[in-house]
Design a binder for this molecule. Structure first.
Ligand SMILES: [Zn+2]
Length: 450
């Protein structure tokens, strides 16, 4: 199975719609029939080659049987991060001698997961990024500044680099850190765009201004942002996105990806969610009970990868909460789009029946400049229900800030957490309690359900 070679032949008679990726112009029924065929291949491959899936799917309908279809696929059990950590090498669907790259997840949301790729998987990543970058408007001959890690077992930087090369664009592999050098390089090389973590982009603007350089004079046209959300649930830029756009005068593109799913998605110039790549993965949104949610409703993103050789995943629960948009995109592509990541499934808090993620509260807080720092805590009340408390450190003289924040969160997120005003020093102590090197902006003190 190799979708990179077999799919274009299958689609040879399909209209291209002017896009360089023919699958981006398929009609709804064409897309469904393509993905059904790919799902069948993906499940058959995983079941045949990966010891984990052979056992995991042994009691379910064989995808080679004629009756197999979407209902049989949806009956398959999901796979989680715990499975990948616990039974890591059982996922391998190739002989270990064919492994070409060993990578790891960052471990920010749990134990790091080790992940294996063959040479062809690396090629597939390059093809994925080619499609993603083309969607964002990257063109041959342009130069892009990569402010993300290319080493340390991270896979994304390598994928971005290879995708740019495949398009015929140039890359500046500066990596993270050392913001002053970034600013000098941006001024010298004047790339068309940057691939960056949004909060680092704010730091670059601060350093640039300190040097007397207006960031918007550096000539960047677009930023492709990874790792943090720059949009609200309605696709409008959040406080972080708005600040970046104001500092740099650039077009914002949000990009989503995860090491395990070997796939990333990037927004087109209209910024209405990352366009899915139909030949590289299948996305579902599931509710808490594992049932599919209608298009547009928020739930956990669950992914099946296509064309991955070493560690293919079927119905993999990413832990990220988002939604899928299927309405027309002004760019003309017909592919569904993944909305902004609203939070992590495990961080979901139920307040009087409403669901809320810490990130939604953070988006509101970040819009209030008087807030110096903050920490959000979820805990269990005496009635065993979830509660949400926000510790706010504010500049001296900002009386009434708690009332302002309460109103803002109530209006935007439709919940009312408790707010506790503290000195910025007291909040800082909470953020770095226990010698934590990273600020803990969200603390989950809830009692596990018994
Ligand atoms: Zn679009």
């Amino acid at each position: 199975m190799n979708p990179l070679t077999s799919i274009p032949q299958r689609l040879v008679s399909s209209p291209c719609g002017g896009f360089s990726i023919p699958e981006e112009a398929l009609s709804g029924p064409e897309l469904e029939s393509l993905q059904s065929a790919l799902l069948r291949e993906a499940v058959a491959f995983a079941r045949r080659r990966s010891p984990f899936y052979r056992a995991h799917f042994s009691r379910f309908v064989d995808p080679d049987s004629p009756a197999w279809g979407l209902p049989e696929f949806r009956a398959l059990p999901t796979t989680g991060k715990d499975d990948l950590v616990r039974l890591n090498r059982d996922f391998l669907a190739v002989d270990s001698s064919r492994v070409a790259d060993i990578v790891a997840t960052s471990g920010t949301t749990g134990r790091p997961i080790r992940f294996f790729l063959t040479a062809r998987d690396i090629e597939r990543l390059a093809e994925n990024e080619r499609q993603s970058f083309l969607c964002a408007g990257v063109r041959p001959g342009e130069t892009y500044h990569l402010a993300v890690s290319l080493d340390n077992m991270f896979v994304a930087g390598l994928a971005y680099f290879s995708g740019l090369v495949r398009i015929g664009a140039a890359a500046v592999r500066q990596g993270p850190g050392n913001p002053l050098r970034h600013v000098h390089l941006l001024g010298d090389i004047r790339p068309a765009g940057i691939v960056c973590v949004p909060s680092f982009m704010l730091e670059l603007a601060r350093v640039s201004e300190r040097e007397g350089i207006d960031p918007s004079s550096l000539g960047l046209q677009r930023g492709i942002f990874v790792g943090e959300t720059i949009r609200n649930g309605d696709f409008s830029p959040n406080a972080l996105g708005r600040r970046i756009a104001a500092d740099w005068g650039i077009r914002l593109h949000s990009s989503y990806g995860a090491t395990e799913i070997c796939t990333s998605l990037t927004e087109c110039e209209h910024g209405r969610g990352g366009h899915l790549h139909p030949t590289l993965m299948y996305a579902e949104i599931l509710d808490e009970r594992g049932q599919p949610l209608p298009r547009g409703e928020a739930g956990e993103l669950v992914v099946t990868t296509f064309g991955v050789e070493a560690m293919p995943l079927v119905r993999y629960r990413t832990g990220d909460v988002s939604f899928i948009e299927t309405g027309p995109c002004p760019c003309g592509r017909t592919t569904p789009r993944l909305g902004p990541i609203l939070g992590r499934r495990t961080q979901m808090i139920k307040l009087k029946g409403a669901q809320i993620y810490p990130g939604q509260v953070e988006d509101c807080i970040r819009e209030v400049p008087e807030v110096v720092n903050y920490q959000i805590e979820a805990y269990t009340g005496d009635d065993y229900a979830d509660r949400l408390r926000v510790f706010v450190g504010a500049a001296p003289g900002s009386d009434g800030i708690v009332d302002l924040l309460r109103e803002k969160v109530r209006a935007q997120a439709r919940v009312t957490p408790e707010f506790v005003a503290l000195s910025p020093d007291a909040v800082r102590e909470r953020l770095f309690a226990g010698g934590s090197r990273k600020a803990r902006r969200f603390v989950d003190s809830r009692r596990p359900a018994s």
